[in-house]
Ligand binder design. Structure first.
Ligand SMILES: [Zn+2]
Length: 329
């Protein structure tokens, strides 16, 4: 009796072990299958070297190496916005994935080489395209005299509306939020707005406050963007966003302004420079600015840590730039 019981226990043990092995094998096979699918997808994007997304009907964003290009298929030629060196050689390939139309217009979002430095690649293949930009962008490019960034053929000062095929595209100069001549690109029928180097959804403002030459223009630009009726925001870098992304950015910059003002009100110059040789102007100025910045940084980080990517990386630059703007603008 005892030996029969032992035998049946042993039998149950082996049965459990066998079932266990079968389950583990199945889990392994399923996960390998998934992994292969993931690897296959990644390989496709890697092989192409870019990602292509239709964000609205006939409106596409090509993303590669952290940069975005937008293009619109109009029925009467493709309109492209920007040609960054990191994507330049892939723009024509990406367009050919969705249409046989050739490029009729290229719009410069601003003159910076990292966003339009591959224009010559498109220009070599389609030399009759119209290049549209704001007047100041054209002036900057004339000074640069860079064959990779051809001079715009059509310019405007405040705003212009392009009607091309079935698309109406409004271009507006809101002021130098990032650089003289930077523009908003808006398509009212499809409710999307493209603004390059104004902000990256989910991220803190870029180094030195979006590298703006004019902090008040950056501050104004959030309300200017929010005044448009749109539901997709196309940035120059990163994923597309919504009005919420602009509102968060605006709140961050408002806090920055308030905290910078708090520093200016509460830091005493004599106290902040008491250990500095009074003959050394640069050192005294630096000590004063460091004292101002430290308070602003502490107040910003205690509120914003975890709310936007990159808080803590450039907070000191943001504070210093805002403090200087409040002193002089
Ligand atoms: Zn730029």
């Amino acid at each position: 009796m005892k030996s029969i019981l032992l035998l049946s226990k042993k039998y149950n043990y082996f049965r459990l072990l066998a079932v266990g092995i079968i389950i583990l094998t199945l889990i392994f096979l399923i996960s390998v299958g998934n992994l292969n699918t993931i690897l296959a997808t990644a390989a496709t994007t890697d092989e192409k070297g870019y990602d292509l997304k239709e964000v609205k009907d006939d409106v596409y964003v090509i993303s590669s190496n952290g940069y975005n290009v937008m293009f619109l298929v109009t029925g009467e030629g493709v309109v492209v916005i920007d040609a960054p060196p990191g994507i330049g050689d892939k723009i024509l390939t990406a367009i050919s994935e969705v249409t046989n139309e050739t490029i009729g217009h290229l719009i410069y979002s601003h003159s910076h080489k990292d966003h339009i430095g591959a224009t010559h690649i498109i220009f070599q293949q389609q030399p009759d395209i119209e290049i549209v930009a704001q007047n100041e962008t054209a002036d900057i490019l004339k000074m640069r005299n860079d064959p990779e960034r051809p001079i715009p053929t059509t310019t405007f000062v405040d705003n212009t509306t392009l009607t091309i095929g079935n698309k109406t595209i409004q271009l507006t100069y809101p002021g130098p939020y990032h650089q003289r001549g930077n523009i908003f690109v808006y398509v009212p029928e499809q409710k999307f707005l493209m603004a390059v180097d104004q902000l990256t959804p989910g991220e803190v403002p870029w180094k030195h406050l979006a590298a703006t030459p004019e902090v008040p223009a950056l501050i104004r630009s959030y309300d200017q963007a929010l005044a448009y009726d749109f539901d997709v925001y196309v940035p120059g870098h990163g994923e597309t966003g919504t009005k919420e992304d602009i509102k968060i950015q605006q709140e961050y910059v408002n806090d920055l302004k308030n905290n910078s003002q708090f520093s200016l009100t509460n830091v005493n110059y004599t106290e902040a420079t008491k250990n500095i040789d009074k003959q050394n102007n640069a050192a005294a100025t630096e000590a004063y600015f460091n004292a101002l910045t430290d308070i602003c940084v502490d107040r910003m980080e205690s509120k914003w840590k975890g709310k936007l990517n990159g808080v803590g990386v450039w907070t000191d630059e943001h504070c210093e730039k805002m403090i200087q703007s409040l002193r002089v603008d």
